[in-house]
Ligand binder design. Structure first.
Ligand code: BMA
Length: 336
């Protein structure tokens, strides 16, 4: 079920030894990405205050795992909570939301918070999320070392923006992020952009990376998912792509490979999605037909990846793949 190799960050820095969750591909299956047989790993009503936990981020922490979880309250508001797990499968999620401490003088506004990502850079974990600011979504930023105290910084951008995903190391001396400019609603457009910063405070050199529309399944909008994984061939990214149908949006998972030094340059981009909503917990829920990846654990020694994703805006799912197979697929299926 589990590997014994150390989990490493994409920058080859050993964050902490841990055994990532794993199941072999089911016999007879030829799927590139296969689901955990006991999905969902976080089911409905997981903590008293929240009816649904999904679109959440998980990282290695002190030999085990920690995470930041999108928790939708029965008031309808989403908030983010910290949580812990010995094995990456059974989660103890705090019943109280994260109480952010201002990193500076100002107490930053946060009307709602959702779709967190967590990224280890140099000496601490950084959390990014969609932060409600004067009724509009933008990208919130905080740091932590212990998942107890979180220092909150200024929002990275002015509204409207979502899906802020940091790179796990500086690139050409700068912090780097992918994001998706949007609107305040169920945005009917959206491309992925790259921005960089000397200090995580001032962001610029905004570059277009890739857009919606390449294929029907990603025809409406796209958005970055887990922290990019560094490989010798480039930054491997899982992202979500959205299709419009007469019954609403359908969210699937796509794959792309970005240049290591110039990540706004797309080396390869698969034309086919690699995980689509199929299982009952993905096709039925608050928002049917959604798979939305926010975290990937990568075991460098074995090449195994455990991918965490929100399903139907209701529960949290887990899926597995192998990095060499995924890299081969993204190049073979690419139109870039
Ligand atoms: C997006 C975000 C996600 C959500 C998805 C499907 O706009 O709000 O959190 O999973 O819609 O409802």
């Amino acid at each position: 079920m589990a590997t014994s190799a150390p989990v490493q960050s994409a920058s080859n820095h050993v964050v902490t030894p841990a055994s990532i969750p794993w199941q072999d591909r089911p016999s007879g299956s030829s799927e590139l990405i296969w689901r955990y047989s006991q999905n969902p790993v976080i089911d409905r009503n997981p903590i008293p205050v929240a009816a649904r936990i999904y679109n959440s981020a998980v990282v290695p922490f002190k030999g085990h795992f920690a995470g930041v979880f999108r928790s939708d309250y029965r008031t309808g508001m989403p908030h983010i909570h910290a949580g812990f797990s010995e094995d990456g499968l059974k989660w103890k999620i705090n019943h109280e939301p994260i109480a952010f401490v201002p990193a500076g003088q100002t107490k930053y506004e946060m009307e709602y918070s959702y779709d967190p990502r967590v990224c280890w850079i140099e000496d601490r974990y950084y959390v990014t999320w969609c932060n409600g600011y004067h009724g509009a979504p933008t990208i919130g930023l905080a740091s932590t070392t212990d998942f107890k105290t979180f220092a909150q910084y200024e929002n990275l951008f002015i509204p409207f923006n979502r899906n802020g995903v940091l790179f796990p190391r500086r690139i050409n001396g700068h912090y780097a992020i992918l994001s998706r400019p949007s609107d305040s609603g169920h945005t009917p457009f959206g491309d992925i952009y790259y921005s960089e910063s000397p200090d995580l405070r001032f962001w610029g050199n905004h570059r277009y990376v890739m857009g919606a529309g390449q294929n029907w399944w990603q025809g409406v909008k796209i958005g970055a998912g887990p922290t990019p994984i560094e490989t010798s061939e480039g930054w491997l990214i899982f992202y979500h792509g959205v299709m419009s149908t007469c019954n609403g949006f359908v969210y699937s998972v796509g794959l792309a490979l970005l240049d290591l030094d110039e990540p706004w340059r797309v080396i390869a981009r698969a034309q086919s999605y690699v995980l689509g909503p199929e299982k009952i917990y993905e096709t039925t829920g608050t928002v049917p037909n959604v798979v939305f990846p926010c975290a990937a654990l990568h075991d460098k020694a074995s090449g195994r990846i455990a991918l965490y994703y929100g399903a139907a805006d209701t529960v949290t799912g887990l899926a597995f793949c192998k990095i060499d197979e995924v890299l081969e697929f993204v190049k073979k299926d690419s139109a870039a």
